[in-house]
Design a protein around this ligand. Structure first.
Ligand code: GLN
Length: 311
């Protein structure tokens, strides 16, 4: 195998030198204050080795990367019945678009756009209390990463709730079509807190290990998800993980990935590696600009792709 630490070190240097770092998300106020100069990368290999570079230990807001963990939790609760309420086609639209939701009668295109994750938050909430549902989500992430220090940034959660008018609209719309059982504000409480989980690249790459290992959490030896469902989550990350930029990401990187507007991306090379990258500046579709370039280089140089025979 290529010297991954060497590859990371080179990529960190290359990214530092790039003048165009993209634009930091500013529609969630606390995210607007994050420096676009941050860059971190962490790789966990199948044998358990962890390799890091740059700001890999600094926590950031995982935002929509949480949709992967919410899907894992919601699938465990609702089973395949979940697919009656959420589709699995790439949306070809922005992550917070409302147009499609009307045309498709309140059934979101896939679990990785906001509307889809809002419906999953309703499933996770079930008949319980938001506080419990939020606790369950955080517990899952901590278990997957093997790290009890992971926490929710309340400041981010509250800011998002105070300014998330689009998400309110999406939730109300889904409810109007009968695809939300709970009240809008309770569902959004669950949704926003999941988005506000703060993790470092190192913690995130650890949490992604089950997706590289067919659903097994190497921390506990337990099967978090069946191999079959794990494969499907990876397929959805590949086809829908970057909104209307998903085709481009698959074309360039060739591996399942999920982005968030905090500038993080979780990337899975099945059987080989779980990777997290963080660069807060975004491209036009709300995905990390340098993060995508860095992953394209890492996957290309390491020879990782689901579309090539493994050497
Ligand atoms: N919390 C963000 C929102 O609801 C998540 C969006 C994202 O990361 N793409 O808008």
């Amino acid at each position: 195998m290529a010297d991954i630490q060497h590859l990371i070190d080179i990529i960190v240097e290359e990214m530092r030198e790039r003048p165009d770092k993209g634009r930091v998300a500013d529609y969630i106020p606390p995210l607007a204050h994050v420096s676009p100069d941050k860059f971190g990368m962490a790789v966990v290999l199948a044998d358990g080795r962890m390799l890091c570079g740059g700001d890999a230990q600094e926590p950031f807001s995982i935002q929509s990367i949480s949709k992967v963990f919410s899907l894992t939790l919601a699938l465990g609760m609702a089973g395949d019945g979940l697919w009656n309420r959420v589709g699995r086609e790439p949306s070809g639209s922005a992550f917070n678009s409302i147009v499609q939701l009307e045309r498709e009668q309140g059934v979101p295109r896939n679990p990785f756009i906001n509307a889809g994750a809002i419906v999953m938050s309703d499933i996770i909430l079930g008949r319980g209390e938001p506080r419990e549902a939020i606790g369950q989500t955080l517990r899952l992430v901590r278990d997957l990463a093997g790290d009890d220090m992971i926490a929710i940034d309340e400041h981010v959660a509250r800011a998002e709730l105070a300014t998330g008018f689009r998400n309110e609209a999406l939730a109300a719309y889904a409810k109007a079509f009968g695809n939300l059982n709970n009240e809008v504000d309770r569902v959004l409480g669950v949704y926003s807190h999941a988005c506000a989980i703060a993790m470092s690249c190192a913690q995130l790459a650890m949490a992604g290990r089950y997706l590289m290992l067919g659903g097994r959490n190497p921390e506990t030896g337990k099967q978090v998800l069946s191999p079959h469902r794990t494969r499907r989550i990876n397929a959805l990350m590949m086809t829908c993980g970057h909104y209307d930029n998903s085709g481009e990401f698959a074309f360039r990187v060739g591996l399942p990935g999920k982005s968030g507007v905090g500038g993080g991306i979780l990337l899975i090379a099945p059987g080989v590696a779980s990777v997290a990258v963080w660069a807060p500046g975004l491209n036009a579709q709300g995905n990390s600009l340098l993060g995508s370039i860095a992953l394209e280089r890492l996957a290309g140089r390491a020879g990782w792709s689901v579309f090539e025979p493994r050497g």
